[in-house]
Design a protein around this ligand. Structure first.
Ligand code: ASP
Length: 232
């Protein structure tokens, strides 16, 4: 059994508190595997702990979009039957990873807008952003014009991959997006095959970094493998 978690890419040194949350997520997720539950259960548990901690750019700690609203993305996938679920731009919900799992249990893979809000009904609410977070956004808006330049500071999306005792893999990712972003911006994290992927025969992955780059990279590798096949 294996569980790996991440607390996002970025240039800042991780704080003690965020390292402690990573440890908590690993311990709790591994307990889930030890008691015989699935890799998917372990991934959701670990990601949820990091969303709840408020130390990452996910769940309770998520950054604001330029209009001061937090719109959260998350996805999960399991590697046996290739079931997957994702939510995009979820507002007011603390654990988008749970909402993504709910989507996975429907016939759909991704929900946004009204559908995402409806499926997340009953999940714990996201607290309102603190005044200091709103003030910080205003300062950042004044300092930098190019949204791209603002990715550099701090990412810290969260994610996990797990292998359970039945030989099944799962992966999950949850994010508030990037440091400064236009309202409605969506990165790689909720995109199955970009931010998250799991297939028992191949592996499981949860990505972090600038979503726009990750999506382009994935498209580029699809192009290369198509070209390779055509050359055969
Ligand atoms: N990949 C995330 C996004 O672009 C950001 C991150 O990993 O920190 O939304």
């Amino acid at each position: 059994m294996i569980l790996i978690v991440h607390g996002g890419a970025g240039q800042k040194k991780p704080s003690r508190a965020s390292l402690k949350s990573i440890e908590d997520a690993l311990m709790a997720g591994y307990e889930v595997l030890k008691r015989g539950d699935t890799a998917l259960d372990a991934v959701v548990r670990a990601v949820r702990i990091m969303e709840d901690s408020g130390h990452f750019n996910a769940g309770a700690g998520s950054v604001l979009q330029l209009d001061g609203v937090r719109r959260l993305d998350a996805s999960v996938m399991e590697g046996a039957a290739l079931q997957a679920g994702a939510v995009i731009g979820l507002e007011g919900i603390r654990n988008p990873i749970e909402a993504a799992r709910r989507v996975m249990e429907t016939q759909h893979v991704m929900l946004t807008n009204l559908g995402a809000q409806r499926i997340a009904k009953g999940l714990p609410p996201l607290p309102r952003p603190e005044e200091k977070t709103l003030a910080r956004l205003e300062r950042l808006k004044k300092k930098e014009n190019e949204t791209v330049q603002l990715y550099k500071e701090h990412f810290s999306t969260v994610g996990a991959v797990a292998l359970d005792r039945y030989g099944n893999l799962a992966a999950g990712t949850s994010t508030g997006g990037t440091q400064i972003m236009l309202p409605g911006r969506v990165g790689d994290s909720p995109v199955i095959g970009a931010g998250t992927y799991a297939e028992n025969a191949t592996g499981a992955v949860s990505c972090t970094g600038t979503g726009e780059h990750i999506i382009r990279l994935v498209l580029d590798s699809v192009k290369s493998s198509m070209k390779q096949r055509m050359d055969l």
